[in-house]
Design a protein around this ligand. Structure first.
Ligand code: OKP
Ligand code: ZN
Length: 342
């Protein structure tokens, strides 16, 4: 399986995030991608290639112009105000307020965010832009007839919607790649999000579309981040009714429960008969993940890949979360090896 990877992910290395009321090192750190890349090499998964340049146009198919301008210009504006530390938002247009986009940079950040877990640093734009190019390059490989490809994206993307960042995510890599399949002639696409956290951004982007079936398996929002989306009764809206599947699970879920949910999701995807399957590949379902509460073990990721392979569809894997840094490579590449061996 071809892996697409760019060193540019290193340009995004934020100073910290709030954990237990204290600023701690970010869970979403450059070493994550290093471990996955090292495991791809160690297991000789296949060729590793740098991304091609597809520019902003395929990103602008998913994200609004205002949002993209903000992301590109935010650091320069922040630095021009005399700041050198990470830029973070603090005020959001919550219920009972007005969602009118302000002229002020700090106000715009709150307008385009849903939490304080997507800091902007000097290198953030280049890193997220390259992460999207990684997804697009891997997408081309599958569109050209490969059985599968692996987009080793970092930062991740599934919490980002058309104009709102959050949860370590800025550009929705899997959504950008999905739209690229349509723009190259696909008729139906399925997205399977196996990250521990609900992919609220991906759900929201495609919620009213019948040509994208989105399936999510995740910690229930009744107890888990992102807290405000991801319940089972969210099945789509308008033309998209019936094309969104949420399988929220309880804390402590292990392979018996998780694998059964995967089987349900795969049955629905098979019935949908997509041209292609995109997998939002988060491995924060691992038992020792520091921010998650599922109990998958490393061999379970081989089974995950095998079940996905049974769909018999061209498949694009897009890296999302996973914070047990030492094991993230083993677990992510196990999914790919399980897929390849099946
Ligand atoms: C990104 B991905 C709340 C902490 C919030 C943000 C988690 C983002 C996960 N106590 N943490 O889906 O892996
Ligand atoms: Zn996650």
């Amino acid at each position: 399986m071809l892996t697409i990877y760019s060193d540019d992910h290193r340009l995004h290395h934020a100073q910290g995030e709030m954990v237990g009321g204290e600023l701690q090192p970010c869970f979403e750190m450059p070493a994550r991608a290093d471990h996955v890349l090292a495991r791809v090499q160690a297991q000789q998964l296949g060729e590793i290639r740098a991304p091609q340049e597809f520019g902003l146009a395929p990103i602008a198919r998913i994200h609004s112009a205002d949002y993209l301008v903000f992301l590109q210009k935010a650091w320069a504006g922040w630095a021009a105000q005399g700041n050198s530390a990470d830029f973070l938002p603090g005020v959001f247009p919550a219920r009972h307020m007005r969602a009118k986009r302000p002229d002020d940079l700090y106000g715009q950040y709150g307008f385009h965010s849903f939490d304080c877990f997507a800091p902007i640093t000097a290198g953030t734009w280049q890193a997220v832009y390259s992460s999207a190019q990684v997804a697009l390059t891997a997408q081309r490989e599958v569109a050209a007839g490969a059985r599968s490809a692996f987009a080793l994206c970092r930062p991740p993307g599934h919490h980002a919607s058309s104009d709102v960042m959050g949860g370590y995510c800025y550009l929705n890599n899997v959504a950008i790649a999905a739209q690229a399949f349509f723009d190259q002639g696909a008729a139906r696409v399925a997205i399977l999000d196996v990250d521990y956290h609900h992919g609220n951004g991906t759900q929201s982007i495609f919620y009213e579309r019948a040509d994208v079936f989105v399936a999510n398996i995740h910690g229930s929002p009744s107890f888990e981040y992102p807290h405000f989306l991801g319940y089972a009764d969210e099945t789509g809206a308008g033309a998209g009714v019936g094309y969104n599947l949420n399988l929220p699970l309880a804390a402590g879920s292990a392979w018996d429960v998780w694998g059964a949910a995967l089987d349900s999701a795969c049955q629905r995807i098979a019935a949908y008969a997509p041209d292609v399957v995109l997998v939002s590949l988060g491995v924060d379902t691992y038992k020792d993940d520091p921010i998650s509460r599922f109990k998958l073990d490393s061999p379970d990721y081989l089974r995950m890949g095998q079940r996905i392979a049974q769909l018999g569809k061209p498949t694009l894997f897009v890296m999302e979360g996973g914070y047990a840094v030492a094991e993230i490579g083993i677990n992510a590449v196990n999914v790919l090896e399980g897929f390849q061996g099946a």
